[in-house]
Design a protein around this ligand. Structure first.
Ligand code: SAM
Length: 271
């Protein structure tokens, strides 16, 4: 599959940060208070947005291992974190580990991690890979926080009759193979919650929707163009309606009249 651009991750990072469930962040902080130095695994870290959100919340001494298969994103993240670390003044040690999560997930060895976390990732994986993930977390007896899995809901304001059709195609596209086998897409968070519960975890699932205003024009535009591409790629019926729909959406974004809600879910699990 095509990789994720650093520019795209930078565009979504501030919106992700304000959309994450504050209730689950509070649960995480409460869990953390009883522990000393903390070891954290960030799965599919990209440029490190999840670390930048969580490390200040967790406070205290932390050892992070960030894994991803995209060396360019990791190099970009490494550069971004230099000034950020000085600014934050946290007791952090960091290891960037290049790793293909499909081929090498099982090679991640002990010592175990206290916390396994991921953001904007779990909707890419298959049911089989999710099971490998949760079993490994259980083996480590790790607490789990997985944020910002897409939940299948897209609401535009003003609405158009074709919105539901676009959403249906996008959700089908979400379930295509992203390198892990058929992706869980909109079912990711509920599947993760179910699998963790089966393994004895106490699990909380919370919504973390993006609520995009006209000021988020760049992110709205990037989503719109990506979704149009996805529909063209996957749809097998006539798409005469798609260009006029896209043109009207572009006009509303340019005129500062477009609102967009994209549903996500966060999952917190502890033993
Ligand atoms: C949407 S990005 C999220 C990045 C980051 N967690 C964030 O919140 O900005 C998904 C990430 O999954 C990584 N990824 C996808 N497939 C992977 C694989 N097979 N092995 C390792 N990383 C993978 C991509 O390189 C990318 O960094």
């Amino acid at each position: 599959m095509a990789g994720f651009a650093a520019a795209w991750l930078a565009l979504r990072e501030p919106v992700d940060a304000i959309s994450r469930s504050s209730a689950l962040t509070a649960e995480l902080r409460a869990w953390r208070t009883s522990l000393g130095p903390l070891s954290v695994l960030d799965v599919a870290s990209g440029t490190g947005a999840n670390l930048r959100y969580l490390a200040p919340q967790l406070s205290g001494e932390q050892r992070w291992c960030l894994v991803d298969h995209d060396a360019a994103l990791m190099a970009c993240g490494h550069r971004m974190l230099q000034p950020w670390r000085v600014e934050q003044d946290l007791a952090l040690s960091l290891e960037w580990r290049p790793l293909d999560l499909v081929k090498e997930w099982d090679s991640l060895d002990l010592p175990a991690f206290d916390l396994v976390t991921a953001s904007a990732f779990m909707d890419l994986v298959s049911s089989a890979w999710l099971t490998r993930f949760t079993h490994r977390c259980r083996l480590w007896q790790a607490t789990v926080l997985v944020a910002l899995s897409y939940d299948g809901t897209i609401r535009w304001q003003p609405a158009l009759a074709e919105d539901a059709r676009v959403c249906e195609w996008i959700n089908r596209h979400q379930c295509t193979d992203k390198g892990f086998g058929p992706a869980l897409g909109p079912n990711a968070a509920t599947s993760l919650a179910f699998s963790l519960r089966e393994l004895g975890y106490r699990v909380i699932l919370q919504p973390s929707p993006w609520r995009l205003e006209p000021t988020h024009a760049a992110l709205q535009t990037a989503l719109l163009e990506g979704w149009i591409e996805a529909v063209k790629f996957i749809a097998d019926d006539s798409l005469d309606w798609l260009d006029p729909w896209g043109a009207q959406r572009r006009r509303w974004i340019e005129q500062g009249e477009s609102y967009l809600q994209v549903g996500h879910q966060d999952v917190f699990g502890r033993l």
